[in-house]
Write a protein that binds this ligand. Structure first.
Ligand code: ATP
Ligand code: LTN
Length: 335
């Protein structure tokens, strides 16, 4: 059908550290692909979400700029896609406040990310960490997004955004598009190389369990060689072999090979062959992006222009939603 409006996709990423291989395979690579599949795409760096955990100011600035450059290096096309920084668009906290008042304490208490992070940061269980899903709902609902691609760990947050949207629409009249999550089949959860029962996470720091997308080839090779496996020394896909399963999934994600093909390729070989092969695949995948990243980082003026123009574009859309919401809630118009 020629006249149907393209569906809108939105996703955001916290700028709490350098992206990991988990972010890259589980999210970034798939998400950016949507801009070439006829969707209208919006992406952003969730720096307001980042401060729910204490951040060093200089690091937050550095990681935000690097993340912006990295996604451009991966191929975000600003001719087609809006790519902005959350804190540059004031409608996000503005709508988040309103949505806070339409979200129940009980439903926020059930969020597993809150429970995990509260445990991990027991000295700083702040109100922002608790109401994080309301800000995320605002991110999504401001742009009337149809689809929200996220890793499996964020599904619950998209579901609460749907609940909030439906509640608001029901109380007033249709205001928000009710978004649907898109969860990838493959690479949805890349696990830590040192503890394959835990997801690879950038906030766990640049340790041996975590591959950063900016790691050099030697570092990547070393981390894979040290990856925790098991004593069977056989490349076989099994729930009982979480370390090997994780490596096989990473390898499959990059090479496109199935688990059977990988098992055949390494038949009769041990982890001494398999681990460097996975490392090489990762190195080859990241190298061209790292090269473009270095070039883009040289041109700070270009970067500044891009994020400024894109915040303006995002704000123009977000403003329309906020104006509608404020009218429905009953705020007295300014003019
Ligand atoms: P943090 O450690 O600060 O919580 P994170 O590494 O989990 O951050 P986010 O910025 O919260 O990363 O997530 C960006 C996207 O990457 C989300 O869609 C998330 O689901 C996905 N993602 C994060 N970690 C992984 C992983 N290990 N495997 C697959 N996808 C992941
Ligand atoms: N909470 C998400 C990041 C995020 C997001 C969003 C994702 C913030 N706002 C809106 C999708 C849509 C995370 O931790 N990955």
């Amino acid at each position: 059908m020629e006249n149907t409006k393209p569906k809108r996709i939105l996703s955001m990423y916290q700028s709490t550290g350098t992206f990991t291989l988990g972010n890259y395979l589980g999210a970034l690579r798939n998400h950016i692909g949507f801009q070439n599949e006829g969707y209208e795409c919006l992406y952003a760096l969730a720096d307001l979400h980042a401060i729910t955990v204490r951040q060093e100011p200089a690091n937050l600035r550095k990681y935000t700029l690097e993340a912006y450059a990295f996604l451009l290096a991966m191929g975000i096309d600003l001719e087609k896609t809006i790519f902005f920084i959350q804190s540059h668009v004031p409608q996000h906290p503005q709508l988040a406040w309103i949505l806070n008042c339409y979200t129940q304490f009980g439903e926020l208490s059930r969020m597993t990310q809150f429970k995990d992070k509260a445990q991990k940061h027991a000295d700083n269980i702040n109100a922002g960490l608790f109401t994080y899903p309301c800000l995320m709902a605002a991110d999504i609902l401001l742009y009337q997004a149809d689809f929200v691609p996220v890793g499996a760990d964020q599904k619950q947050h998209v579901e609460i955004a749907r609940d909030i949207a439906e509640r608001f629409n029901g109380l007033y009249s249709p205001t928000f598009t009710v978004p649907e999550p898109i969860i990838p089949q493959h690479g949805a959860r890349v696990m830590s190389l040192q503890d394959p029962t835990k997801k690879m996470s950038k906030s766990d720091g640049n340790n041996n369990g975590c591959i950063s997308v900016l790691d050099d080839a030697d570092t990547i090779m070393r981390k894979f060689k040290r990856a925790i496996t098991d004593s069977e020394a056989c490349v076989r896909y099994s729930e009982e072999k979480p370390g090997v399963k994780n490596l096989m999934e990473i390898y499959s994600c990059i090479t496109g090979k199935t688990m059977e093909e990988i098992q055949r390729e390494f038949e009769g070989k041990g982890y001494g062959d398999f681990k460097p092969a996975v490392a090489e695949a990762v190195i080859g995948e990241l190298r061209p992006i790292q090269e473009r990243f270095q070039e883009i980082m040289q041109d700070k003026e270009y970067l500044r222009r891009c994020y400024k123009e894109n915040a303006e574009k995002a704000s123009a859309i977000a403003h329309r939603t906020v104006a509608k919401v404020m009218k429905k809630v009953g705020f007295l118009p300014e003019d």
